[in-house]
Design a protein around this ligand. Structure first.
Ligand SMILES: [Mn+2]
Length: 324
């Protein structure tokens, strides 16, 4: 099956599994962790032996959400199905040792990225959904399991973060309807907000203090721009994941149509692109350079020198903005 399935069919397939390992994308965000951990707990509730494969540490702000979720960095056995959520392509799946398991019984690909080429065996791609966690909610409802507050908070956290607290263009009726169902069933918006927003470590505040003054405007003031180097992280005593949310500080700049944040990684640069207008599709810009994402939020990793990276991104954005 290469084309996209539906929640009911996928729920049925999942309920027939004995063992499953759930995966999400590298550098997991709240939707990756929320939809993967929510799925893991949902599968367990449905009687499937399930674990969440997480080779990386859970980001600090999400730690309080995954208490009680069975985590593993071991690879699955051959009788185990893979359930991958929120991951646009196979190369982005977070796997210990970077080796995608070959000997597995089935690969589920459950995602909301429009760029997802339906790379799994059983695919459920809903490009109009604001978060993968909304798709997981639908699947768990179809599974008929009792949704615990823990599961619902996980799913709600994914939806909250992927919609920028319901501020982005993906804050559609589906987003609010899903949120209403989650909260109606027992999710706590206050608890989730306290955990993921009002829980910022001092080193992150320091990093913001260093990074925010570096924000500038490019392309005749149309684009907000920020480069975060490892040196800046060192100065603040911060770690890689601490740059999360900074791209929104760039987007917040008055007058810009979109924003770019470039983060230094080991031997590469991770570029996050954001748009706040209809006629700037950052997914197009990212895809032209080998990345992808959504119309209003996309990303790409480039291995060139910083100058070259900046030139490529600026050229791509200029082309998209002027249509030349
Ligand atoms: Mn997502």
């Amino acid at each position: 099956m290469s084309s996209s399935s539906d929640s009911k069919t996928v729920a049925k397939e999942l309920s027939q599994l004995k063992k499953a390992m759930v995966f999400c994308h590298v550098f997991p965000d709240a939707d990756a962790i929320g939809s993967a951990a929510g799925m893991t707990l949902g599968l367990l509730a449905a009687g499937v032996e399930a674990e969440l494969h997480l080779p990386e540490a859970v980001p600090e702000r999400l730690k309080g959400l995954v208490i009680g979720v069975p985590l593993t960095d071991q690879l699955p056995s051959s009788d185990c199905a893979l359930v991958v959520v929120d991951t646009a392509n196979r190369a982005r799946v977070a796997v210990k040792g970077d080796l995608f398991p070959k000997e597995v019984s089935k690969v589920f690909n459950i995602d909301h990225h429009i760029s997802n080429p339906a790379w799994g065996e059983i695919n459920l791609i809903k490009g109009d959904y604001p978060s993968a966690s909304c798709i997981v909610l639908e699947i768990l409802e179809e599974l008929g399991v009792t949704l615990s507050e823990e599961m619902l908070n996980l799913l709600y956290a994914g939806l909250l973060e992927d919609t920028g607290s319901f501020r982005f263009s993906n804050a559609t009726p589906i987003a609010f309807e899903s949120a209403a169902r989650m909260v109606g069933l027992g999710a706590s918006p206050e608890k989730v907000a306290n955990l993921i927003y009002f829980n910022i470590p001092e080193r992150v505040v320091k990093l913001r203090g260093i990074a925010i003054p570096q924000i500038s405007k490019k392309i005749e003031g149309q684009i907000g721009w920020l480069v975060v180097t490892n040196k800046m992280l060192e100065q603040a005593g911060a770690v890689g994941g601490d740059t999360e949310g900074l791209v929104d500080e760039v987007r917040a700049l008055s007058g810009v149509k979109g924003s770019v944040m470039i983060r230094e990684r080991e031997g590469s640069w991770k570029v996050s692109l954001r748009s706040k207008v209809d006629n700037l599709d950052v997914n197009k810009v990212a895809q032209a350079l080998g990345g992808g994402g959504h119309k209003a939020a996309a990303g790409i990793t480039l291995e060139d020198e910083l100058e070259v990276v900046e030139k490529k991104i600026l050229e791509g954005l200029r082309k998209e903005l002027t249509g030349v």
